[in-house]
Design a protein around this ligand. Structure first.
Ligand code: ZN
Length: 133
C-alpha cells in the first residue's frame, strides 16, 4: 500500500473504527469565539485556553476557483474554494468535483483524501469537501 501521511491531525479526526471523519474547531473559553483552524491565542481577548468542538461536516460553497495549472503535486483541473459552515466559520479547502458541477451556494460535505504528494512522494491525507449527493 502506498505510504500516507495524515496532515492536520490536531483538527482533523479520522476514527479508526470506520466512523465518519470530522473537523474540530477551537472555542475560546473566555469570550466564546470559535476558530478553525486552531490558533494559540484568541485574537479577540488574548486568552490561551480553548475547548475543542467537533463540526458537522456540512457546508455551502461561498466561492471557488478551478486551477488548470495547479501547484506541483496536484492534478489538474483542481478545484479550491471557501466553504461556509453552519457553525459560522469559513474554511478554505479542495473540493472534489468536476468543474461543470461547481455552483456558488451548492451544498457540500466533508470528505478525506489526498491533498497532494509530499517531497518524498508520500500521499498527504487531509480534509476536502465534495458535493452532497
Ligand atoms: Zn477569546
Amino acid at each position: 500500500m502506498e505510504e500516507q501521511v495524515i496532515y492536520h491531525p490536531d483538527f482533523l479526526v479520522i476514527p479508526e473504527g470506520g466512523e465518519k471523519p470530522y473537523l474540530v474547531a477551537y472555542r475560546c473559553e473566555k469570550c466564546g469565539l470559535l476558530y478553525f483552524p486552531k490558533v494559540n491565542i484568541c485574537l479577540n481577548c488574548f486568552a490561551e485556553d480553548f475547548a475543542k468542538q467537533p463540526l458537522s461536516g456540512k457546508g455551502k460553497v461561498y466561492s471557488y476557483t478551478i486551477q488548470y495549472t495547479p501547484q506541483p503535486g496536484l492534478k489538474a483541473p483542481s478545484t479550491v474554494g471557501y466553504i461556509d459552515l453552519p457553525e459560522d466559520l469559513r474554511v478554505l479547502a479542495q473540493i472534489v468535483a468536476e468543474p461543470e458541477q461547481m455552483k456558488i451556494g451548492m451544498d457540500v460535505e466533508l470528505t478525506v483524501g489526498e491533498i497532494r504528494k509530499d517531497a518524498d512522494g508520500k500521499s498527504m491525507i487531509s480534509y476536502k469537501f465534495k458535493p452532497v449527493e
